[in-house]
Write a protein of this length. Sequence first.
Length: 137
Amino acid sequence: MNSIMKNFHVFLLLACVSIASVSCKKDKHVPPIVTFKTTAGYTAADASVAKNLTIKVGITADKVEDDMLTYNVSYAYDGAATTITQQTFTLAGAEQQHYEKDITFVTRNQAGTEKWTFTITDKDGNITQKQFTLTIL
């Protein structure tokens, strides 16, 4: 009987460890899907461009798990670590499921780089970013 009790305790311990390891798995949250529009007239990748050039960028974003909350456009000049927010949009209604937005901006009047970042954040805090760098000639 003593060996049966030992075996039972070992079985019970293994069962508890198995249950604990399964229940401790973190949920993997999936951020929104974001793509650049790539048809004629849109910029969607790294490029060398002229000073004072008007650039048009479009994104399409789709909810995966949680409703989308914000869309942010920011940039950094010449490799700076800190970005400057150009625009932030709060999404509401149907925009929280599917969102499309075109923006235009003009490049600087001096040579250098402009790194543009386009960010969609959902209500759970998941973030998807798309970015490109423009080299201003």
